[in-house]
Design a protein around this ligand. Structure first.
Ligand code: SAH
Ligand code: SF4
Ligand code: F3S
Length: 483
């Protein structure tokens, strides 16, 4: 007999269903609190991208609404949540090893509830693995974890056996609580899921179809953020450029950029991520007109070879990509461009890789994130028979990083002596007297700072530059660009 139950989600669009369970769990928690004499803790570990970080802020909000308090160590928690990623094998192994370490915690504290959610656990084979090899994990659900936690937790706390739930990518609830990590910068999800099915990518399988939030809900959240002093808002979605398509009202991402830009206040507006096939002139025009849009465009290229782009199902080619870049630079000459590149996609020859290096030399990105192709089970690329050997992938990766470092170093040299406007994040991890922050173009800047700078804009005169950072001192001089 199996000790598990399968469930499928029936999500309620406005989050009301979960509100009911939040109250039910709160009742159990207040009883437990009265008995134990202290509030139960929740510990959340987050793997993967900004979307997962945003989801974890919602998990934290929901947990807090149920009566938990955030704690820094899993040993102190009654509820432990691992919000996982599946984008590459390494990400999955990392999440599994962290979940593995929870075994001894459960042994010490059998009443602790362990939840695994996110992209990795949205896959049936990973759910089965957790079912069989990680018996101390109580609840397993996919990327809708934050939307369904109260219901599943209530069921587990009321005596049900271990719960396993594969996501259905249903409607996204509004009005669930959020506990934001920072007050001065915020993730603002505008849509969930992805319809693109790039042949290497697991995301559409684990996050479901594209679902856009309503513009009025996003605008209300943006207004509230700005009203509360937020200075940096990042709109999130796997492909923000197709925002609104599923709403069928004609309202699109360009319109959303314009409407959020119209909110009064001193804040920067960012977005992640854009698909080059949908980076329209209309969007670029909206960004160029906006006095809030940060001068940074992340436009993942993936490969510079038309043959590989086709095999990746990216639906643009070198020429389209270069056209888009040219238009972005025509409208916003000062913009910082960044990108993602995958090396070692199946069938990638030395010539294909040369094409990638060539386009990188032409575009001269400010920075790129380079990845070695990692076959993902269930995606078409994983089954292609012309896989590239590991050592070739590594060589290409190193060559790519070397080229990009040289370009980033050259680009950053141009900032020498200039004044940049920095949103301060606080002291650096390695040297507490040096404070770090970001420019509009998303460059990291370090300078001798003070506590009061955190969350505020500071002007810094750049004295030294490296490939990944600028260094300087605070100045009363105005910044070259006031964004
Ligand atoms: N939706 C975003 C990116 C999501 S994943 C976009 O389309 O840009 C972030 C990056 O991880 C991708 O841009 C890609 O470069 C990389 N990536 C995705 N799947 C991968 C895989 N199987 N192996 C290696 N890198 C991968
Ligand atoms: Fe993955 Fe492509 Fe969707 Fe990005 S656009 S999440 S790479 S399928
Ligand atoms: Fe990972 Fe899921 Fe993000 S697979 S990169 S956490 S969308």
């Amino acid at each position: 007999m199996s000790d598990t139950r399968e469930t499928r989600g029936e999500l309620v669009g406005d989050g009301c269903g979960q509100q009911h369970y939040i109250s039910l769990v709160s009742e159990i928690i207040s009883q437990q609190t009265a008995e134990a004499g202290r509030l139960p803790g929740v510990y959340i570990m987050t793997f993967g991208c900004q979307q997962n970080e945003a989801d974890s802020e919602r998990l934290a909000g929901v947990a807090e609404a149920m009566g938990y308090v955030m704690v820094d160590r899993p040993e102190e928690a009654s509820l432990i949540i691992a919000n996982t990623c599946a984008v590459r094998e390494h990400a999955e192994q990392k999440a599994l090893s962290h979940i593995g370490r929870l075994k001894h915690i459960k042994k010490e504290n059998p009443a602790a509830v362990i939840v695994a959610c996110g992209c990795m656990t949205a896959q049936e084979h990973r759910q089965n693995e957790l079912k069989q090899r990680y018996p101390y994990v109580d609840i397993v659900l996919g990327s809708s974890g934050w939307q369904r936690l109260p219901e599943l937790l209530y069921r587990r706390l009321s005596g049900e056996r271990r719960l396993f739930c594969l996501d259905d990518g249903g409607a996204v609830p509004e009005n669930l609580p959020v506990r934001r990590e920072f007050s001065y910068k915020a993730w603002l999800p505008v849509m969930y899921g992805c319809d693109n099915y790039c042949s290497y990518c697991i995301v559409p399988y684990v996050r479901g179809r594209e679902r856009s939030r309503r513009p009025e809900d996003i605008l209300a959240e943006a207004r509230e953020l700005v009203g509360n002093g937020c200075r940096d808002i990042t709109l999130l979605g796997q492909n923000v450029n197709s925002y609104g398509r599923d709403l069928g009202t004609g309202y699109d991402f360009a319109q959303l950029i314009s409407d959020i830009s119209a909110i009064e206040g001193d804040f920067r507006l960012r977005f992640m991520t854009s698909h080059p096939k949908d980076a329209t002139r209309r969007l670029v025009d909206a960004l160029a007109k906006s006095d809030k849009a940060a001068r940074h465009f992340h436009l993942p290229l993936q490969s510079g070879s038309d043959k590989i782009l086709k095999a990746m199902n990216r639906r643009y080619n070198r020429a389209n990509y270069l056209d888009t870049v040219a238009y972005i630079r025509e409208r916003m000459p000062d913009i910082a461009l960044t990108s993602d590149i995958i090396v070692g996609f199946p069938g990638e020859t030395d010539e294909d890789f040369e094409d990638t290096l060539d386009i990188i030399r032409r575009v001269r990105f400010d920075m790129i994130f380079s990845f070695v192709f990692s076959p993902r089970r269930g995606t078409p690329a994983a089954d292609m028979d012309n896989q590239v050997p590991g050592e070739v992938k590594t060589q290409r990766y190193l060559a790519l990083v070397e080229l990009q470092n040289a370009i980033s170093e050259e680009i950053n040299k141009r900032f020498q002596g200039s004044v940049v406007r920095v949103l301060c994040d606080g002291p650096s991890k390695t040297d507490k007297s040096m404070y770090g922050g970001r420019t509009s173009g998303n460059k990291i800047v370090y300078y001798p700072g003070e506590q009061a700078d955190i969350g505020n804009f500071v002007n810094v005169k750049v004295e030294r530059t490296e490939a990944f950072a600028l260094y300087g001192t605070k100045t009363g001089e105005p910044a070259a660009d006031n964004r």
